[in-house]
Design a protein around this ligand. Structure first.
Ligand code: SF4
Length: 63
């Protein structure tokens, strides 16, 4: 099993929400997909700050 390189993952994390999943990308992705959402890193910083992580929002900004 691959080891999680949390510190390296955090270098590319733009999430501004206070969350214990930060840096644990597999847990983060699973959580958001279960809610029909995507992780913070799928959104530009200005949209990330709204905390709207819905797939609908992702489609809207990528039309
Ligand atoms: S994107 Fe979501 S699950 Fe991931 S660290 Fe941010 S708030 Fe937590």
């Amino acid at each position: 099993m691959m080891e999680c390189d949390k510190e390296k993952n955090l270098e590319n994390c733009n999430c501004t929400y206070s969350c214990d999943k930060k840096g644990k990308c597999c847990v983060c992705l699973k959580y958001h997909l279960s809610r029909n959402e995507l992780p913070a890193c799928c959104f530009p910083d200005d949209v990330e700050k709204t905390y709207d992580r819905s797939i609908a929002k992702f489609v809207e900004i990528n039309r």
